[in-house]
Design a protein around this ligand. Structure first.
Ligand code: COA
Length: 159
């Protein structure tokens, strides 16, 4: 049986911190499925299809990585797809409280899904999508924090 981990998030846009978690996940799971949460109440900087394209281009050489979008509850999507493991990254202690709450609530909603946490590498501890957006919007160079498909789009959009 192949071991699949679903890695959910907003990925607006995907950063090297997220890439690091996917790569770590590949050492433990047969497949990592990056799942973009589509939230109709939020207006993302990058449209769903663009976020998906950036992720697919980033992992074009990784056949064990795929990317999907989902809406509604994460646990419902996992159930539909028969996935039992959610992968999340932890950057600092400050992430823990939110992640603990999310994982605990998901467990209350279904016993079928467990969350596995991996620690982001030190060099990406301080990276976040909103900081990347802020740097780019203000004319800074964020290219060392994101994969090339994201850097290209940031330059096109804000450069
Ligand atoms: N490296 C770099 N940055 C990281 C990171 C890593 N390894 N892990 C998280 N981040 C950053 C993101 O860039 C993002 O930064 P930002 O806030 O500056 O934009 C932030 O941490 C959190 O983002 P993300 O990991 O994408 O989580 P999220 O809070 O946006 O989304 C979902 C969490 C999508 C998993 C959650 O909201 C969800 O499951 N939604 C579906 C509905 C649902 O089931 N809700 C739960 C009910 S109990």
């Amino acid at each position: 049986m192949s071991r699949i981990a679903l890695y959910p998030g907003s990925f607006d846009p995907i950063t090297l911190g997220h890439v690091d978690i996917v790569q770590r996940g590949l050492q433990v799971f047969d497949e990592v499925r990056v799942a973009i949460a589509v939230n109709s109440r939020k207006t993302p900087t990058f449209a769903d299809q663009e976020r998906q394209a950036m992720i697919e281009e980033t992992f074009a050489d990784h056949p064990r990585v795929s990317c999907v979008t989902f809406s509604g509850l994460l646990v419902n999507y996992c159930r539909e797809q028969k996935i039992h493991t959610v992968l999340r990254g932890l950057r600092a202690v400050s992430d823990f409280e939110y992640e603990f709450q999310l994982a605990s609530m998901n467990r209350r909603l279904t016993e079928d899904v467990d969350t596995v946490f991996m620690m982001t590498s030190e060099e990406h501890f301080y990276v976040s999508s909103s900081l990347i957006r802020e740097i780019a919007i203000n004319g800074g160079d964020a290219s060392s924090f994101v994969p090339p498909p994201v850097a290209r789009r940031l330059a096109k959009r804000f450069g």
